[in-house]
Write a protein that binds this ligand. Structure first.
Ligand SMILES: *Cc1c(COP(=O)(O)O)cnc(C)c1O
Length: 375
């Protein structure tokens, strides 16, 4: 039982074969269509396809003006890419704590406490596809005149009161890595309603060049200027074609993931001490259910649980080792105390979760965990 899995079928193979046969492999009609469809799905003005989720975060921070002497506030309980790209902008990541064992998302009160005159942006995460407490976070950002940027890598299709994650702040960043809810292999997307941000991202995505190969190919342009020091962070046609197929399946896939998490919760919470965070509280909140995370009982050994589940053929993982404990980020000047993250992190264990898990596979995970922890 792998932690995540992709479903391969004829529709995907046909889409890929169509692009390969077309002979046009880099940015072109598939990317344009994927961007159009993704923007429509999110209800945002712009969607900009990029090579991966890390590139989405990097370009968004740069386009939002993050640079040297700036600080960006973000959760330590996140994938390290977020902190790395803050650093690549020349800015300093300032880590914040989470709410608690039931809610592993950013604590708005700690975000407020972390803001300084140098703060430029708040980079929120929707942990495991669970929308973070967006209203107070937006209020804090507005009150201090800061950009709110969403690391929505876990949250394509997640929504609060019908509004999609990724559309709450200045921009939302998505990843289409193979183990994400909308997998294309590598890939990413930035959504925004801000025309200036979209223009800046478009420029930086392709070397700071004023016209693109695709436009030149169609005879729309013959030459170009370079007006910024950009990157090659483009998505290609094959990945965009896969993305279009996967986008059509996203809502149903998120729904199946939710049903599996409900089964885990119903079967496993009877175990003393083990909790599945983010118990549903409001019909307003539609999570994307990217991860099935369990908080193990306080005194159980996480490595022992991992080893014993592995003997049962069940892969588990940790999302995440907190960023502030990695060698590269430890001992940062002015490091903030993160007591909840420090208390929760050693107890987190992520269980297998993908949309096409069948009933027997779900039962196998449940029975194995009951066998390991249930006495
Ligand atoms: C996967 C992920 C990223 C990075 O995305 P890539 O496409 O792998 O570059 C960033 N943030 C979070 C929360 C992620 O899960």
């Amino acid at each position: 039982m792998p932690l995540a899995d992709v479903l391969v079928d004829d529709e995907l193979l046909t889409a890929v074969a169509r692009v390969i046969s077309s002979g046009w492999w880099s940015m072109g009609p598939e990317v344009e269509e994927f961007e159009r469809a993704y923007a429509a799905f999110c209800g945002s003005r712009h969607a900009l396809a990029v090579s991966n989720g890390t590139a989405a975060l990097h370009l968004t921070l740069l386009a939002a003006g993050c640079g040297p002497d700036d600080e960006v506030v973000l959760p330590s309980l996140n994938f390290v890419a977020a902190a790395n790209v803050v650093s690549h902008c020349g800015a300093t990541p300032v880590f914040c704590d989470i709410v608690g064992p039931e809610d592993l998302n950013l604590d708005p009160a700690d975000v407020e406490a972390a803001i300084s005159p140098a703060t430029k942006a708040i980079l929120v995460l929707h942990y495991g596809g669970q929308p973070c407490d967006i209203e107070p976070l937006l209020a804090i950002a507005n009150r201090h005149g800061l950009a709110l940027i969403e690391d929505a890598a876990h949250a394509p299709g997640a929504a609060v009161a019908g509004q999609l994650c990724g559309t709450f702040g200045l921009a939302g960043c998505f990843s289409f890595f193979s183990n994400k809810n909308l997998p294309t292999g590598e890939g990413g997307m930035i959504v925004t309603d801000d025309d200036n941000l979209a223009d800046r991202v478009r420029l930086l995505r392709s070397h700071g060049m004023t016209t693109l190969t695709w436009a030149r190919h169609r005879g729309h342009a013959h030459t170009y200027d370079v007006v910024a020091r950009g990157f090659n962070y483009r998505l290609d046609e094959v990945h965009a074609a896969i993305g279009l197929v996967q986008l059509g399946r996203l809502v149903a896939a998120n729904e199946s993931r939710g049903q599996i998490v409900s089964r885990y919760r119903a079967a496993l919470e009877r175990l003393a001490g083990l909790t599945i965070p983010f118990a549903p509280t409001s019909a307003n909140v539609s999570p994307a259910h990217h991860l099935a995370v369990a908080v193990l009982p306080p005194r159980s050994s996480r490595s022992d649980v991992r080893a014993r589940l592995s003997e049962c053929g069940i892969q588990t993982s940790v999302h995440y080792p907190p960023i502030h404990n990695f060698s590269e980020y430890a001992n940062q000047a002015g490091a903030r105390k993160l007591p909840i993250t420090d208390a929760m992190a050693p107890r987190l264990r992520t269980l297998p979760l993908y949309a096409h898990m069948d009933d027997q596979q779900v039962a196998l995970v449940i029975d194995s965990i009951l066998g390991v922890l249930g006495h």
